[in-house]
Design a protein around this ligand. Structure first.
Ligand code: MN
Length: 318
């Protein structure tokens, strides 16, 4: 059913992989009219710039989402970028700390981190890996650099859980780099961490908010378009170079996040030397959010309970 609809939308471009439409430079990015009505390309609604801050035991990082300027984008709660070749910026790491009520996603581009937790999980996150951790009712873990020098470059995204699953058992999805599908389409290089793109399905599975997580790198002159569910929250964060996004083709540079307005597709092109961005989309939960430090619940009482449970050793186990 979905396949049929997508074929209609793609029309003459049905030869390209379902779900992805790589347009040539000459083609228009105007909305196309389908039997179901006009198809809106998502416009940039708002642009925010990453802010320098510190977290963990003294890790210097860029906070893009989850700070004062943009506290959250339901269901996304936080996006941090750590990128430094100065060990003083990252060596302190994130020693043992708790989480409850949401999911933490780590995506590494360079360098290595090591994680350990109260459930007995232990692993190394090297370049190109991803980890999707569902904290559920509670976990205590550490996230420490596994290097003493050199470039450390990665991301941490927080994704909310619906009320009904905030008390589920914790779960890890550790994804080695080679399990993340990579595709090349007319100057666009794609890594599919979660969701579907370029006839590939990302390895992260079973997440409540049906996320799309794409790492998208365009060379000069390349264009990329991708269907997005109309009701899903979506944003793009530029990690390298510059991309032009949406019908207005506004240029976004490294360190900028664009919140995307409602619509059925995402379009970007690159007229800089290169441009690379993380494209994230997910179903908003529309539930009340109470958050403090490492806990994200629905009510202030539940936050107090989380702190009490942590202090008394009841956060994990049971
Ligand atoms: Mn953590």
């Amino acid at each position: 059913m979905l396949l049929t609809r997508r074929r209609l939308i793609l029309g003459a471009a049905a030869a390209v992989p379902i779900g992805v439409l790589a347009l040539s430079r000459k083609e228009s990015s105007m909305p196309t009219v389908t039997p179901e009505g006009p198809r809106r390309v998502r416009e940039i609604e708002r642009v925010v710039t990453a802010q320098r801050t510190s977290d963990g035991a003294g890790v210097n990082l860029n906070r893009i989402l989850g700070g004062r300027e943009l506290p959250m984008l339901d269901p996304f709660l936080l996006l941090d970028e750590f990128q430094s070749d100065n060990p003083n910026d990252y060596i302190a790491g994130f020693p043992d700390h708790p989480h409850r009520g949401f999911e933490t996603v780590t995506y590494m581009l360079h360098g290595a981190m090591e994680h350990r937790d109260s459930v007995g999980n232990h692993g190394r996150l090297g370049p190109g890996t991803a980890q999707w951790m569902t904290a559920g009712r509670g976990i205590i873990h550490s996230e420490m650099p596994k290097q003493e020098r050199g470039l450390m470059w990665g991301y941490q995204l927080w994704v909310n859980l619906p009320r009904k699953n905030k008390w589920r058992a914790p779960r890890y999805q550790d994804i080695p780099a080679e399990k993340i599908p990579e595709r090349d389409l007319d100057g666009a290089h794609l890594r599919v961490v979660a969701g579907n793109a370029a006839a590939s399905t990302g390895p992260v599975q079973g997440i409540d908010v049906e996320p799309l997580f794409l790492d998208l790198a365009l060379t000069k002159g390349a264009r990329f378009a991708h269907d997005l569910p109309a009701g899903h929250t979506a944003f793009v964060y530029i990690v390298e170079g510059a991309l032009r996004v949406g019908p207005s083709k506004r240029e976004l540079r490294r360190g900028q996040l664009a919140v995307l307005a409602p619509g059925e597709s995402f379009e970007a092109h690159c007229d800089a030397e290169q441009g690379r961005g993380l494209l994230l989309a997910a179903r908003p939960l529309g539930e009340p959010v109470a958050r403090r430090g490492p806990f994200v619940m629905n009510t202030d009482d539940e936050i107090r309970q989380a702190f009490d449970d942590y202090r008394s050793g009841r956060l994990v186990g049971g």
